[in-house]
Design a protein around this ligand. Sequence first.
Ligand SMILES: O=C(O)CCC(=O)C(=O)O
Ligand SMILES: [Fe+2]
Length: 412
Amino acid sequence: MPSTKGSAAAAPTSKASSTPATKTPDAKCPVPAPATNKEDLANVPEYTTIPVLDVGIALDAPASAFTEPGPHGDALRALALQMREACTQCGFFLIKNHGVPDAQIEDMVSQCRRLFALPKEVKEQFRVGHNLGYFAIGEENLNPAVQVHDGDFKEGMDLVADVQDRRPGEVATPYPTNAQVPGFRAACEAYFDVMTKLGRAVMRVLAVAMGQPATFFDRALARPRSQLRLLRYPAAPPGMTEARLSCGAHTDYGGITMLAVDSPGLQVLVPSATASTSNSASDVVAHPTSRAHASIHGGTWMRVPVFPGTLVVNLADMIARYTNRTFHSTLHRVVHAGVDRDRFSIPFFFDMDAETVVQVLPQFVPGGELASKEIKETYFPEPIVFGEHLMRQVESTFGATGKQDKGEVAAS
Ligand SMILES: O=C(O)CCC(=O)C(=O)O
Ligand SMILES: [Fe+2]
Protein backbone atom coordinates (compact mmCIF):
# COMPACT_ATOMS: atom_id res chain seq x y z
CA MET A 1 0.00 0.00 0.00
CA PRO A 2 1.53 3.35 -0.94
CA SER A 3 1.96 5.54 2.09
CA THR A 4 2.17 8.90 0.45
CA LYS A 5 1.30 12.08 2.22
CA GLY A 6 -2.44 12.70 2.12
CA SER A 7 -3.58 15.26 -0.37
CA ALA A 8 -6.88 17.01 -0.76
CA ALA A 9 -6.44 17.94 -4.38
CA ALA A 10 -9.51 19.05 -6.23
CA ALA A 11 -10.82 16.33 -8.47
CA PRO A 12 -10.08 16.43 -12.16
CA THR A 13 -12.97 17.62 -14.28
CA SER A 14 -15.04 15.11 -16.11
CA LYS A 15 -17.81 15.91 -18.57
CA ALA A 16 -19.77 18.69 -16.93
CA SER A 17 -23.07 20.25 -17.67
CA SER A 18 -24.06 23.62 -16.37
CA THR A 19 -27.82 23.39 -16.25
CA PRO A 20 -28.98 25.17 -13.08
CA ALA A 21 -30.39 23.27 -10.14
CA THR A 22 -33.98 23.90 -9.05
CA LYS A 23 -34.52 27.32 -7.55
CA THR A 24 -36.84 27.81 -4.64
CA PRO A 25 -38.60 31.04 -3.81
CA ASP A 26 -37.55 31.33 -0.20
CA ALA A 27 -34.91 29.14 1.32
CA LYS A 28 -35.74 30.38 4.81
CA CYS A 29 -39.33 29.23 4.64
CA PRO A 30 -39.35 25.91 2.89
CA VAL A 31 -42.53 24.62 1.35
CA PRO A 32 -42.80 21.35 -0.56
CA ALA A 33 -41.62 21.96 -4.08
CA PRO A 34 -44.23 21.45 -6.75
CA ALA A 35 -43.37 18.58 -9.09
CA THR A 36 -42.02 20.70 -11.91
CA ASN A 37 -42.40 18.33 -14.76
CA LYS A 38 -40.07 19.03 -17.53
CA GLU A 39 -36.96 20.03 -15.65
CA ASP A 40 -34.15 17.60 -16.25
CA LEU A 41 -32.89 16.81 -12.79
CA ALA A 42 -30.21 14.53 -14.24
CA ASN A 43 -28.54 17.56 -15.68
CA VAL A 44 -27.24 19.51 -12.69
CA PRO A 45 -23.66 20.85 -12.50
CA GLU A 46 -20.84 18.49 -11.66
CA TYR A 47 -19.11 18.79 -8.29
CA THR A 48 -15.69 19.09 -9.85
CA THR A 49 -14.04 20.41 -6.70
CA ILE A 50 -15.03 17.47 -4.52
CA PRO A 51 -12.02 16.79 -2.26
CA VAL A 52 -10.00 13.65 -2.98
CA LEU A 53 -8.18 12.31 0.09
CA ASP A 54 -5.32 9.86 -0.14
CA VAL A 55 -5.94 7.57 2.83
CA GLY A 56 -3.17 5.05 2.06
CA ILE A 57 -1.08 6.20 4.99
CA ALA A 58 -3.91 5.62 7.45
CA LEU A 59 -4.77 2.03 6.54
CA ASP A 60 -2.28 0.34 8.80
CA ALA A 61 -1.63 3.19 11.21
CA PRO A 62 -2.46 2.37 14.82
CA ALA A 63 -4.16 5.05 16.89
CA SER A 64 -0.84 5.82 18.62
CA ALA A 65 0.72 6.88 15.31
CA PHE A 66 -1.46 10.00 15.21
CA THR A 67 0.36 11.50 18.19
CA GLU A 68 3.86 10.35 17.23
CA PRO A 69 6.41 13.08 16.58
CA GLY A 70 8.08 12.92 13.18
CA PRO A 71 7.04 12.79 9.53
CA HIS A 72 4.68 9.82 9.78
CA GLY A 73 2.67 11.40 12.60
CA ASP A 74 2.79 14.76 10.79
CA ALA A 75 1.38 13.19 7.62
CA LEU A 76 -1.46 11.52 9.54
CA ARG A 77 -2.32 14.76 11.29
CA ALA A 78 -2.24 16.57 7.94
CA LEU A 79 -4.65 13.99 6.54
CA ALA A 80 -6.98 14.55 9.51
CA LEU A 81 -6.93 18.30 8.83
CA GLN A 82 -7.81 17.69 5.18
CA MET A 83 -10.65 15.46 6.29
CA ARG A 84 -11.87 18.15 8.68
CA GLU A 85 -11.95 20.63 5.83
CA ALA A 86 -13.87 18.22 3.60
CA CYS A 87 -16.35 17.46 6.39
CA THR A 88 -17.00 21.11 7.20
CA GLN A 89 -17.32 22.07 3.53
CA CYS A 90 -19.69 19.41 2.30
CA GLY A 91 -19.51 16.11 4.16
CA PHE A 92 -18.81 14.25 0.91
CA PHE A 93 -15.36 13.39 -0.40
CA LEU A 94 -13.58 10.77 -2.48
CA ILE A 95 -10.83 8.53 -1.15
CA LYS A 96 -8.00 6.95 -3.10
CA ASN A 97 -5.37 4.37 -2.11
CA HIS A 98 -8.11 2.84 0.03
CA GLY A 99 -6.85 -0.72 -0.18
CA VAL A 100 -9.89 -2.21 -1.93
CA PRO A 101 -8.71 -3.74 -5.21
CA ASP A 102 -10.54 -2.57 -8.34
CA ALA A 103 -11.08 -6.22 -9.28
CA GLN A 104 -12.89 -6.84 -6.01
CA ILE A 105 -15.27 -3.95 -6.65
CA GLU A 106 -15.84 -5.11 -10.23
CA ASP A 107 -16.59 -8.58 -8.91
CA MET A 108 -19.14 -7.14 -6.48
CA VAL A 109 -20.83 -5.29 -9.34
CA SER A 110 -20.99 -8.58 -11.27
CA GLN A 111 -22.51 -10.25 -8.21
CA CYS A 112 -25.16 -7.51 -8.11
CA ARG A 113 -25.90 -8.01 -11.79
CA ARG A 114 -26.41 -11.74 -11.29
CA LEU A 115 -28.41 -11.39 -8.09
CA PHE A 116 -30.91 -8.92 -9.52
CA ALA A 117 -31.21 -10.91 -12.77
CA LEU A 118 -32.76 -13.80 -10.80
CA PRO A 119 -36.47 -14.39 -11.30
CA LYS A 120 -38.67 -12.31 -9.03
CA GLU A 121 -39.93 -15.33 -7.10
CA VAL A 122 -36.35 -16.35 -6.28
CA LYS A 123 -35.43 -12.86 -5.08
CA GLU A 124 -38.54 -12.94 -2.90
CA GLN A 125 -36.97 -15.87 -1.03
CA PHE A 126 -34.34 -13.43 0.32
CA ARG A 127 -36.89 -11.12 1.86
CA VAL A 128 -36.64 -10.80 5.65
CA GLY A 129 -38.03 -7.46 6.73
CA HIS A 130 -37.08 -3.83 6.68
CA ASN A 131 -33.37 -3.17 6.40
CA LEU A 132 -32.33 -6.77 5.82
CA GLY A 133 -32.62 -8.93 2.75
CA TYR A 134 -34.30 -8.20 -0.56
CA PHE A 135 -36.59 -5.26 -1.31
CA ALA A 136 -38.37 -4.54 -4.56
CA ILE A 137 -38.69 -1.43 -6.70
CA GLY A 138 -40.68 1.27 -4.96
CA GLU A 139 -40.55 -0.36 -1.57
CA GLU A 140 -38.13 1.99 0.12
CA ASN A 141 -39.01 5.66 -0.08
CA LEU A 142 -36.18 7.83 1.17
CA ASN A 143 -38.19 11.01 0.82
CA PRO A 144 -41.84 10.19 1.56
CA ALA A 145 -42.76 13.83 2.22
CA VAL A 146 -42.14 14.62 -1.44
CA GLN A 147 -42.44 11.24 -3.15
CA VAL A 148 -46.01 10.91 -1.98
CA HIS A 149 -47.22 8.36 -4.54
CA ASP A 150 -44.23 6.22 -5.37
CA GLY A 151 -41.11 4.97 -3.62
CA ASP A 152 -37.57 5.01 -4.96
CA PHE A 153 -37.06 3.60 -8.45
CA LYS A 154 -34.59 0.94 -7.36
CA GLU A 155 -34.41 -2.56 -5.95
CA GLY A 156 -31.92 -3.72 -3.37
CA MET A 157 -30.58 -6.24 -0.95
CA ASP A 158 -29.30 -5.44 2.55
CA LEU A 159 -26.74 -7.68 4.20
CA VAL A 160 -25.18 -7.69 7.66
CA ALA A 161 -21.93 -9.30 8.74
CA ASP A 162 -22.31 -12.69 10.32
CA VAL A 163 -21.46 -12.33 14.01
CA GLN A 164 -20.83 -15.08 16.54
CA ASP A 165 -22.66 -13.37 19.38
CA ARG A 166 -25.96 -12.61 17.71
CA ARG A 167 -28.28 -10.60 19.99
CA PRO A 168 -31.95 -11.46 20.46
CA GLY A 169 -33.85 -10.23 17.41
CA GLU A 170 -30.75 -10.14 15.21
CA VAL A 171 -31.35 -12.19 12.10
CA ALA A 172 -28.76 -13.68 9.75
CA THR A 173 -28.51 -12.48 6.16
CA PRO A 174 -30.48 -14.69 3.77
CA TYR A 175 -27.77 -15.46 1.21
CA PRO A 176 -28.55 -16.97 -2.16
CA THR A 177 -27.04 -20.41 -2.61
CA ASN A 178 -24.00 -21.03 -4.79
CA ALA A 179 -26.30 -22.64 -7.32
CA GLN A 180 -28.40 -19.49 -7.49
CA VAL A 181 -25.52 -16.97 -7.62
CA PRO A 182 -22.11 -18.67 -7.77
CA GLY A 183 -19.59 -17.18 -5.35
CA PHE A 184 -22.02 -14.56 -4.00
CA ARG A 185 -21.61 -15.26 -0.31
CA ALA A 186 -17.83 -15.57 -0.41
CA ALA A 187 -17.57 -12.31 -2.36
CA CYS A 188 -19.78 -10.47 0.12
CA GLU A 189 -17.92 -11.85 3.12
CA ALA A 190 -14.58 -10.80 1.66
CA TYR A 191 -16.05 -7.37 0.96
CA PHE A 192 -17.23 -7.07 4.58
CA ASP A 193 -13.67 -7.80 5.72
CA VAL A 194 -11.93 -5.28 3.50
CA MET A 195 -14.51 -2.54 4.06
CA THR A 196 -14.54 -3.03 7.82
CA LYS A 197 -10.77 -2.61 7.90
CA LEU A 198 -11.06 0.51 5.76
CA GLY A 199 -13.94 1.84 7.86
CA ARG A 200 -11.91 1.53 11.05
CA ALA A 201 -9.01 3.38 9.44
CA VAL A 202 -11.22 6.20 8.13
CA MET A 203 -12.95 6.53 11.51
CA ARG A 204 -9.57 6.94 13.26
CA VAL A 205 -8.76 9.84 10.95
CA LEU A 206 -12.26 11.24 11.40
CA ALA A 207 -11.90 11.09 15.19
CA VAL A 208 -8.74 13.22 14.98
CA ALA A 209 -10.48 15.53 12.50
CA MET A 210 -13.14 16.00 15.21
CA GLY A 211 -10.47 17.03 17.72
CA GLN A 212 -10.68 13.70 19.55
CA PRO A 213 -8.10 10.99 20.20
CA ALA A 214 -7.83 8.50 17.33
CA THR A 215 -9.37 5.90 19.67
CA PHE A 216 -12.54 7.97 20.10
CA PHE A 217 -14.78 5.58 18.15
CA ASP A 218 -13.14 2.36 19.36
CA ARG A 219 -15.79 1.53 21.92
CA ALA A 220 -18.67 2.31 19.58
CA LEU A 221 -17.00 0.20 16.89
CA ALA A 222 -16.21 -2.82 19.06
CA ARG A 223 -19.22 -4.38 17.40
CA PRO A 224 -19.96 -2.05 14.49
CA ARG A 225 -23.32 -2.16 12.82
CA SER A 226 -21.96 -2.50 9.34
CA GLN A 227 -24.44 -2.99 6.59
CA LEU A 228 -23.69 -3.83 3.01
CA ARG A 229 -26.30 -2.76 0.49
CA LEU A 230 -26.51 -3.84 -3.13
CA LEU A 231 -28.60 -1.66 -5.39
CA ARG A 232 -29.89 -1.81 -8.94
CA TYR A 233 -31.37 1.29 -10.50
CA PRO A 234 -33.27 0.55 -13.69
CA ALA A 235 -32.84 3.25 -16.31
CA ALA A 236 -35.71 5.70 -16.22
CA PRO A 237 -36.86 7.87 -19.10
CA PRO A 238 -35.60 11.48 -19.11
CA GLY A 239 -37.56 14.03 -17.12
CA MET A 240 -37.53 12.50 -13.65
CA THR A 241 -39.09 14.84 -11.11
CA GLU A 242 -38.72 15.04 -7.35
CA ALA A 243 -42.04 13.20 -7.12
CA ARG A 244 -40.19 10.04 -8.05
CA LEU A 245 -36.44 9.73 -8.16
CA SER A 246 -34.17 6.72 -8.45
CA CYS A 247 -33.41 7.42 -4.80
CA GLY A 248 -35.13 10.28 -2.98
CA ALA A 249 -33.20 13.01 -1.17
CA HIS A 250 -32.04 11.82 2.23
CA THR A 251 -29.19 11.77 4.68
CA ASP A 252 -27.63 8.55 5.93
CA TYR A 253 -28.23 7.57 9.51
CA GLY A 254 -25.11 6.48 11.33
CA GLY A 255 -21.35 7.00 11.04
CA ILE A 256 -19.93 7.00 7.53
CA THR A 257 -20.98 5.53 4.21
CA MET A 258 -18.36 4.22 1.80
CA LEU A 259 -19.81 3.85 -1.64
CA ALA A 260 -18.69 2.03 -4.78
CA VAL A 261 -20.61 2.82 -7.96
CA ASP A 262 -20.42 1.57 -11.53
CA SER A 263 -21.55 4.85 -13.08
CA PRO A 264 -22.64 8.43 -12.25
CA GLY A 265 -26.10 9.30 -10.95
CA LEU A 266 -25.41 10.32 -7.36
CA GLN A 267 -26.08 13.98 -6.55
CA VAL A 268 -25.33 15.93 -3.38
CA LEU A 269 -26.71 19.18 -2.03
CA VAL A 270 -23.41 21.03 -1.80
CA PRO A 271 -23.74 23.76 0.88
CA SER A 272 -23.93 27.27 -0.56
CA ALA A 273 -20.68 28.40 1.01
CA THR A 274 -18.85 25.58 -0.82
CA ALA A 275 -20.67 25.41 -4.14
CA SER A 276 -18.99 27.70 -6.63
CA THR A 277 -22.20 28.53 -8.42
CA SER A 278 -25.01 30.88 -7.61
CA ASN A 279 -27.75 28.42 -8.57
CA SER A 280 -28.76 27.84 -5.01
CA ALA A 281 -31.59 25.53 -4.02
CA SER A 282 -32.86 24.93 -0.52
CA ASP A 283 -33.30 21.56 1.07
CA VAL A 284 -37.08 21.61 0.68
CA VAL A 285 -37.01 18.21 -0.96
CA ALA A 286 -35.64 16.55 2.14
CA HIS A 287 -37.27 13.92 4.23
CA PRO A 288 -38.44 15.94 7.27
CA THR A 289 -36.38 14.03 9.82
CA SER A 290 -33.30 13.98 7.64
CA ARG A 291 -33.55 17.71 7.17
CA ALA A 292 -32.59 18.12 10.82
CA HIS A 293 -29.17 16.85 9.95
CA ALA A 294 -28.65 18.38 6.56
CA SER A 295 -26.97 21.62 5.66
CA ILE A 296 -28.27 24.66 7.48
CA HIS A 297 -27.34 26.81 4.52
CA GLY A 298 -29.33 25.29 1.67
CA GLY A 299 -27.16 24.49 -1.28
CA THR A 300 -26.83 23.44 -4.88
CA TRP A 301 -27.53 19.99 -6.24
CA MET A 302 -24.42 18.68 -7.95
CA ARG A 303 -23.43 15.43 -9.61
CA VAL A 304 -20.67 13.45 -7.93
CA PRO A 305 -18.04 12.55 -10.53
CA VAL A 306 -16.88 8.95 -10.83
CA PHE A 307 -13.11 8.50 -10.94
CA PRO A 308 -11.50 5.07 -11.30
CA GLY A 309 -9.85 3.82 -8.14
CA THR A 310 -11.84 6.05 -5.79
CA LEU A 311 -14.66 5.40 -3.35
CA VAL A 312 -17.18 8.01 -2.26
CA VAL A 313 -17.35 8.69 1.48
CA ASN A 314 -20.11 10.64 3.15
CA LEU A 315 -20.83 11.48 6.74
CA ALA A 316 -24.09 10.41 8.29
CA ASP A 317 -26.39 11.78 10.97
CA MET A 318 -24.48 10.70 14.07
CA ILE A 319 -21.40 12.61 12.97
CA ALA A 320 -23.55 15.71 12.41
CA ARG A 321 -24.78 15.23 15.97
CA TYR A 322 -21.36 14.86 17.59
CA THR A 323 -20.27 18.02 15.79
CA ASN A 324 -23.50 20.04 16.11
CA ARG A 325 -23.73 20.12 12.31
CA THR A 326 -20.28 21.65 11.89
CA PHE A 327 -19.55 18.44 9.96
CA HIS A 328 -22.30 17.87 7.44
CA SER A 329 -24.56 14.89 7.07
CA THR A 330 -25.37 15.97 3.56
CA LEU A 331 -28.57 15.46 1.61
CA HIS A 332 -28.05 13.29 -1.44
CA ARG A 333 -30.19 11.59 -4.07
CA VAL A 334 -29.84 9.51 -7.21
CA VAL A 335 -31.14 10.43 -10.65
CA HIS A 336 -30.56 7.64 -13.16
CA ALA A 337 -32.56 8.69 -16.17
CA GLY A 338 -32.14 9.23 -19.87
CA VAL A 339 -29.67 6.38 -20.28
CA ASP A 340 -30.40 2.87 -21.48
CA ARG A 341 -28.75 0.68 -18.92
CA ASP A 342 -29.08 -0.26 -15.28
CA ARG A 343 -26.93 1.44 -12.66
CA PHE A 344 -25.44 -0.59 -9.83
CA SER A 345 -24.16 0.84 -6.58
CA ILE A 346 -22.82 -0.66 -3.39
CA PRO A 347 -23.06 1.45 -0.25
CA PHE A 348 -21.31 0.13 2.86
CA PHE A 349 -22.78 1.78 5.93
CA PHE A 350 -20.14 1.69 8.63
CA ASP A 351 -22.10 2.57 11.72
CA MET A 352 -21.55 2.48 15.42
CA ASP A 353 -23.07 -0.16 17.66
CA ALA A 354 -26.82 0.44 17.92
CA GLU A 355 -26.51 1.06 21.67
CA THR A 356 -24.08 3.93 21.25
CA VAL A 357 -25.20 7.13 22.94
CA VAL A 358 -24.37 10.13 20.78
CA GLN A 359 -24.06 13.62 22.16
CA VAL A 360 -22.70 16.97 20.93
CA LEU A 361 -19.02 17.26 21.87
CA PRO A 362 -17.98 20.33 23.92
CA GLN A 363 -15.69 21.60 21.13
CA PHE A 364 -18.73 21.98 18.87
CA VAL A 365 -21.24 23.82 21.04
CA PRO A 366 -21.61 27.44 19.85
CA GLY A 367 -18.37 29.26 20.57
CA GLY A 368 -16.48 25.98 21.01
CA GLU A 369 -13.00 25.82 19.51
CA LEU A 370 -14.06 23.66 16.53
CA ALA A 371 -17.63 24.94 16.13
CA SER A 372 -18.67 26.58 12.92
CA LYS A 373 -18.78 30.34 13.51
CA GLU A 374 -22.20 30.52 11.87
CA ILE A 375 -23.79 28.06 14.27
CA LYS A 376 -25.52 29.88 17.08
CA GLU A 377 -27.51 27.13 18.75
CA THR A 378 -27.06 23.58 19.91
CA TYR A 379 -29.22 21.64 17.50
CA PHE A 380 -29.21 18.41 19.43
CA PRO A 381 -29.22 19.27 23.14
CA GLU A 382 -30.34 15.77 24.13
CA PRO A 383 -28.21 12.67 23.68
CA ILE A 384 -29.60 10.05 21.32
CA VAL A 385 -29.21 6.29 21.10
CA PHE A 386 -28.11 5.52 17.56
CA GLY A 387 -30.23 2.38 17.21
CA GLU A 388 -33.37 4.35 18.05
CA HIS A 389 -32.67 6.91 15.34
CA LEU A 390 -31.99 4.09 12.91
CA MET A 391 -35.28 2.36 13.68
CA ARG A 392 -37.26 5.58 13.34
CA GLN A 393 -35.72 6.29 9.96
CA VAL A 394 -36.21 2.76 8.67
CA GLU A 395 -39.83 2.73 9.78
CA SER A 396 -40.57 5.98 8.05
CA THR A 397 -38.92 5.02 4.77
CA PHE A 398 -39.99 1.43 4.19
CA GLY A 399 -43.50 0.88 2.94
CA ALA A 400 -44.10 4.62 3.36
CA THR A 401 -46.18 4.98 0.23
CA GLY A 402 -47.86 1.60 0.24
CA LYS A 403 -47.08 1.42 -3.47
CA GLN A 404 -44.38 -1.08 -4.00
CA ASP A 405 -43.10 -3.27 -6.70
CA LYS A 406 -44.93 -1.58 -9.52
CA GLY A 407 -42.54 -3.08 -11.97
CA GLU A 408 -40.28 -1.25 -14.32
CA VAL A 409 -42.64 1.40 -15.48
CA ALA A 410 -42.00 4.96 -16.54
CA ALA A 411 -40.65 7.00 -13.68
CA SER A 412 -42.90 9.99 -14.05
O1 LIG B 1 -26.58 4.75 -5.20
C1 LIG B 1 -26.00 5.72 -4.76
O2 LIG B 1 -25.15 6.33 -5.43
C2 LIG B 1 -26.30 6.23 -3.36
C3 LIG B 1 -27.21 5.35 -2.54
C4 LIG B 1 -27.53 5.93 -1.21
O3 LIG B 1 -27.38 7.10 -0.97
C5 LIG B 1 -28.03 5.08 -0.11
O4 LIG B 1 -28.39 3.92 -0.36
O5 LIG B 1 -28.10 5.57 1.03
FE1 LIG C 1 -27.50 7.51 1.16
